[in-house]
Write a protein that binds this ligand. Structure first.
Ligand code: PGA
Length: 261
């Protein structure tokens, strides 16, 4: 697990976007796992900039999103379908038929989730999965207590997540309490994991995920089990890490790190 800390949110996001660009420049038909939420917004902005100004090409790319709220149609402004269209897809040259976001309106959750898992496999598996982290340590909507072997399924959201989301809805009763989410086991099958987190509100969850025990109570701690995961942080999100200096030392001295003259 690599921990990369930058002083600002924008620098952190640009560094994470570079990982994606590096993949697309070597594997133009890569499969990307995408996340929603406020954290990856600057990462997506940077990908859009690279598309517009550096020719980063998405025509052969396939995407799978982590999750979607149950009960919200694709054109609902708070749906993750809408989020992805507005914040990424409509600004790049990805064919929309190559993009996958779990259905918020399916009535047959079990069949849909099995199809989604199968579709990821048919497309060759996810090359890079982008992840955020919740203040309760969740990845996707794998709330505390989610099995580390869990697969795509319908999930009842934790109270803290519902409260975190309430700001986006007019009335408390409109806040969804169920979501379809990839499981921790699904996420761990991606070839590379890239988690982004910024701000003080994520510092406790980040410290627990990186330096605590592997536990289903902090599902982001499952990244410790993955052979190729990178965690991009800003200073505030890294502020509770005990080994912060060591992570910086590794970045400065790892094989291939830029050497001072
Ligand atoms: P945020 O959400 O990026 O809006 O903080 C992260 C998450 O809950 O996974």
């Amino acid at each position: 697990m690599e921990v990369v800390v930058h002083s600002t949110y924008d620098e952190m996001s640009a560094a994470a976007a570079k990982e994606v660009a590096k993949l697309l420049n070597t594997k133009p038909n890569a499969v990307l796992g995408l996340a929603t939420g406020s954290t990856p917004l600057a990462l997506y902005k940077e990908l859009i900039r690279m598309h517009k100004h550096e020719g980063l090409d998405f025509t052969q790319v396939t995407t799978f999103n982590l999750d979607e709220y149950c009960g919200l149609s694709a054109d609902h402004e708070q749906s993750y379908h809408y989020f992805m269209r507005e914040n990424l897809f409509k600004h790049i040259n990805i064919p929309l038929q190559n993009t996958h976001v779990p259905s918020g309106t399916t009535r047959n959750h079990e069949a849909f989730c099995a199809w989604y898992e199968n579709r990821i496999k048919e497309c060759g598996g996810i090359d890079i999965q982008i992840l955020g982290i919740g203040s309760d340590g969740h990845i996707a909507f794998n709330e505390p207590g989610s099995s580390l072997g869990s697969r795509t399924r319908i999930k009842t959201l934790a109270k803290v997540t519902i409260d975190d989301n309430a700001r986006f809805f007019d009335k408390p009763e409109d806040v969804p309490i169920y979501a379809i989410t990839m499981g921790v086991g699904t996420i761990l099958e991606a070839r590379k994991l890239v988690l982004v987190a910024n701000g003080e509100s994520k510092a406790d969850a980040i410290a627990a995920a990186i330096e605590g025990s592997v536990t289903s109570m902090i599902t982001a701690s499952a990244l410790q089990l993955h052979p190729d995961s990178v965690i991009f942080l800003d200073d505030a999100a890294a502020s509770k890490l005990k080994l912060r200096e060591y992570y910086d030392w590794i970045q400065a001295n790892k094989p291939g790190a830029p050497r001072p003259e």
